[in-house]
Design a protein. Structure first.
Length: 77
C-alpha cells in the first residue's frame, strides 16, 4: 500500500509541475504579445506579393496540352 501511495504522490506532483509550467508558458506568451505589439512599428510585416495571372495555368489547359502531346506522339509512330 505504501508503494501505491508513493506512486500517487509522484503522479500528482508531476502533473502539478506540468500544469504550472504550461500555465506559466501561457502567461508569458500573452505578455509577450503586448510587448511585440509595442515594437511592431520597427519591423512591420510586409504584404504578401500577388502572383500574376499569366504565371498560373489552369489545370484544364494543362490536361489539354498533355492530351495533345500524347496524340502527337501516337500519330508519329
Amino acid at each position: 500500500m505504501a508503494i501505491f501511495l508513493q506512486g500517487l504522490v509522484l503522479m500528482v506532483s508531476g502533473m502539478g509541475i506540468v500544469y504550472l509550467f504550461l500555465s506559466l508558458l501561457v502567461w508569458v506568451m500573452n505578455r509577450s504579445t503586448s510587448v511585440v505589439a509595442r515594437f511592431n512599428h520597427i519591423l512591420p510585416d510586409g504584404e504578401p506579393k500577388k502572383k500574376s495571372r499569366q504565371a498560373q495555368q489552369p489545370a484544364a489547359l494543362h490536361d489539354e496540352v498533355l492530351v495533345a502531346i500524347a496524340v502527337a506522339a501516337a500519330q508519329a509512330r
